[in-house]
Write a new protein. Structure first.
Length: 425
């Protein structure tokens, strides 16, 4: 891991941390563009060929049968089924609380308001490869279901045998998914965006992925709505001298094991904590996945700050996907946080709690995009539709505003459409 003193960091060093991941996504476009074009032109044929090339699976059917989905629970332990069900309940409860209320305003001859409607068709991308992510099925599909989405499709890469892990399928059933497809990577994003012979086109794609998936979502955003840039995982931990170095080390490893491109940063006011964490992470037996140590070596950093305020300012500039605050004033510091995907407060709140079961969503903006994007939430699946109705008296009153403004903008027909309504008989 790199080691810095915050006040001694050069602007170049800070910028290299702040712009993590973006260059890799841009480079991935060269690989992704021809994949997208082939799926657009060749449909199912291209999806099957790319599945064989990238996932090592020769598949006959892209769509998973409902019988396979129904039978998945029998292939996993009752303990896992109950864990999925409990997590699903917590996620549903938290997202139900986010449902907005419609409202209307009625005065001076104006009736106006808003109504909310669910996006009709959602495609949920569930990563595969290094791990199995049934939790991401719950995090993407359950909010969609709560919002009232009718068509909820899941795309996830198959194993080399062409099958989808039963944990994924069990989660799909629990979450209320209506379609499951054996496909991953950029080809899945393109298939969702364009539709193929056997894959229904969707209106919006949600879910995290690697740099190729993130690149594909970016390229397809003119064809289909997408949630956010959600690439390789990242964590920033703010800690003072009261923190437990071993706990912090495990929290860093927990994010690092996702992906060798993950970013893991500790910023602490205690040199002792920083040094203790560094020593603990030198033990290569702590994590099973070699990716964790590749990630820490490539994108890991320990930063020593003079005070907590400086650490918070750095965090707001960094805009992390996951922000963990392990300090004496953790709840108070929440008021000072401006940019973060999700915040975890105190010694007993690992990022894993939000990853799986607390109820908050784990699909979050990365690469600094938390400055402008929110994590996946109920409004990600809703549209706001405005409505208005004017009485005869209402249009008369507003005509004194509309006509001069329309004429000032040179839009005569706009003005005339009002004049013809208020013209005296």
């Amino acid at each position: 891991m790199k080691y810095y003193i915050l006040n001694h960091m050069s602007q170049k060093e800070k910028i290299s941390l702040f712009r993590r991941g973006r260059a890799e996504v841009s480079k991935a476009e060269e690989t992704v563009r021809p994949i997208i074009e082939r799926v657009r032109v060749e449909g199912d044929k291209a999806v099957k060929e790319f599945t064989e090339r990238f996932d090592g699976a020769k598949i006959e059917e892209i769509r998973v049968s409902w019988e396979e989905i129904e039978g998945a629970e029998k292939k996993i332990s009752r303990e896992l089924v109950e864990a999925l069900e409990t997590a699903a309940e917590n996620i549903a409860e938290f997202h139900r609380r986010q449902l907005p209320e419609e409202f209307s305003l009625n005065d001076n001859g104006r009736e106006l308001g808003v109504i909310f409607r669910a996006i009709p068709r959602i495609g949920c991308y569930i990563p595969g490869g290094r791990a199995v992510y049934p939790s991401t099925v719950l995090m993407t599909a359950i909010p969609a279901r709560v919002a009232g989405v009718r068509h909820i499709a899941v795309a996830t890469p198959p194993g080399r045998d062409g099958e989808i892990n039963p944990l994924i399928l069990a989660a799909c059933k629990i979450a209320g998914v209506t379609r499951v497809y054996r496909m991953g990577g950029a080809q899945a994003i393109a298939a969702f965006a364009y539709g193929t012979e056997s894959i229904d086109r969707v209106d919006k794609i949600v879910g995290p992925g690697n740099i190729y998936v993130t690149s594909a979502k970016r390229l397809m955003s003119s064809e289909v709505a997408v949630d956010m840039p959600a690439g390789p995982s990242e964590i920033l931990i703010i800690a003072d001298e009261r923190a437990d170095a071993r706990v912090i080390a495990y929290d860093l490893l927990a994010q690092a094991e996702h992906d060798p491109d993950a970013t893991c940063i500790l910023i602490t006011t205690s040199e002792t904590i920083g040094e203790d964490v560094r020593k603990i992470l030198e033990d290569k037996n702590l994590a099973e996945r070699e990716e964790a140590y590749l990630s820490l070596e490539k994108n890991g950093a320990i930063i020593i700050a003079d005070n907590v305020e400086d650490a918070v300012n750095f965090s707001n500039s960094f805009a992390p996907e996951h922000l963990q605050i392990v300090t004496a004033r953790n709840k108070e510091l929440l008021e000072e946080i401006e940019n973060a995907g999700s915040v975890f407060l105190g010694n007993y709140t690992p990022v894993a709690s939000g990853d799986y079961a607390s109820g908050t969503n784990h699909v979050l903006p990365t690469s600094g995009f938390a400055r402008a994007y929110s994590g996946l939430n109920i409004r990600s699946f809703l549209k706001i539709i405005f409505w208005q109705k004017l009485s005869k008296e209402g249009i008369k009153k507003l005509s004194k505003v509309i006509i001069p403004l329309a004429e000032a903008e040179g839009l005569k027909a706009h003005a005339d459409s009002v004049k013809i309504r208020v013209k005296e008989d």
